[in-house]
Design a protein around this ligand. Structure first.
Ligand SMILES: Cc1cc2nc3c(=O)[nH]c(=O)nc-3n(C[C@H](O)[C@H](O)[C@H](O)COP(=O)(O)O)c2cc1C
Ligand code: SF4
Length: 349
């Protein structure tokens, strides 16, 4: 059995263990989209507690901060953000973890929602260029890799969804056209950032609205991404927040299918991993286990699992962490986990 504490090579990168902090919007950013001291404390907690690979919350690539996902999201859409983001990469590196910047466009889910079906081909291509510029900034800020966010309900997840994408240009029509918005970015980032810079992608297990019988499409997308040069694919799903509380390893069949089809691609599973048992289940079929809510509420989960035989996270998957920041100086129902919370976004009661 693969130990969660064994190291792994991800092409040019080496992660000290198999555990990933999946991208999590911490809602701790300054309202001008810059990095806060509260965030540095949060990354410190994760990194000092042995999380081997830490993916930031989604960073908006749009140069216009009014187009980001919410008022507490960070931006990577301008060179003036590089120095703040460097504080995150440096903090993560202090403890020998890999630092990965998740780059994203909120698209239909932004403060100014965009209907991507109405954008011209040139406008779509320009958004792709923002991703490439964001990757270059992430590299300048010291990150080991970027992760292109193509999961959940944001822009690229919608473009990849065969039922939502009604485009008739090169970014629509068929699976090859839909995935080309991402593969074009991957190839350009490889050219700009070199062979040793990590390129990760997060993708939905299902890319049709019914979400069944579409495994072939996921494999086709994964193969196109692999051929374009990605180093790592994280398999998630649109329905992660709607799962029953006791559900486990939500998308394990899809992730296993990708790993089986493309054995030399490093694959991780995210969603419903919150115990030693579920970590081991994930590692029985893919390379790495990613967690968001478990590490949000217990950044020291991994160390406690190793040293104190902790078996299960205290997270009850109530999903209050998506909105609690709007009304309280809290990020989880189990109370403050950060000493600088009151310096962040002022909640409205
Ligand atoms: C508060 C919160 C914020 C999140 N923000 C992001 C994000 O910025 N980018 C992303 O790809 N996923 C985000 N997610 C989804 C997680 O990365 C993960 O896919 C999902 O929570 C399922 O994993 P879990 O069961 O380990 O929580 C977020 C989840 C939560 C709970
Ligand atoms: S708010 Fe609920 S779902 Fe979110 S981390 Fe805390 S216990 Fe888990």
């Amino acid at each position: 059995m693969t130990s969660p504490f064994s190291s792994i090579k991800i092409n040019s990168l080496t992660a000290k263990n198999r555990i990933i902090r999946s991208a999590t919007n911490d809602h701790l950013g300054n309202t001008d989209a810059t990095v806060s001291d509260a965030q540095i404390e949060m990354y410190d907690r994760l990194a000092r507690n042995e999380v081997g690979t830490i993916i930031t919350g989604h960073l908006s690539v749009d140069p216009e901060i009014s187009n980001r996902a919410d008022i507490a999201q960070l931006s990577i859409g301008d060179d003036d953000k590089i120095s703040g983001l460097r504080r995150i990469a440096d903090k993560i590196h202090e403890y020998g973890a890999l630092a990965v910047a998740q780059i994203s466009h909120a698209g239909p889910r932004g403060l100014n929602p965009i209907d991507f079906n109405q954008l011209t081909t040139e406008e779509m291509t320009r958004i792709g260029e923002w991703f490439v510029s964001a990757a270059v900034r992430a590299q300048k800020a010291g990150f080991d890799a970027i992760q292109i966010h193509a999961a959940h309900w944001y822009l690229f997840a919608s473009v990849l969804n065969a039922d939502l994408n009604r485009r008739t240009d090169r970014y629509g029509v068929d699976a090859a056209g839909r995935i080309s918005i991402v593969t074009d970015i991957v190839k350009a980032v490889r050219r700009e950032c070199g062979k040793d810079f990590g390129i990760f992608v997060k993708i939905n297990a299902h890319n049709t609205l019914p979400g069944v019988d579409d495994e072939d499409m996921l494999i086709e997308y994964a193969r196109a991404l692999f051929d374009a040069g990605i180093d790592h694919l994280e398999v998630s799903g649109m329905s992660f927040a709607k799962q029953p509380r006791e559900a486990q390893c939500y998308f394990i069949e899809a992730a296993a299918a990708v790993k089986k089809a493309i054995p030399s691609l490093t694959v991780s599973l995210v969603g419903g991993i919150y115990s030693r048992e579920t970590i081991e289940r994930a590692l029985s079929v893919v390379d790495m286990a990613s967690m968001a809510r478990t590490l949000l509420t217990q950044p020291d989960f991994l160390v406690k699992m190793r040293d104190e035989d902790l078996q299960k996270s205290r997270c009850i998957r109530c999903n209050k962490c998506f909105e609690i920041f709007k009304t309280k100086y809290e990020r989880c129902i189990f109370g403050p986990v950060n000493s600088k919370l009151e310096e962040t976004f002022a909640p409205k009661n």
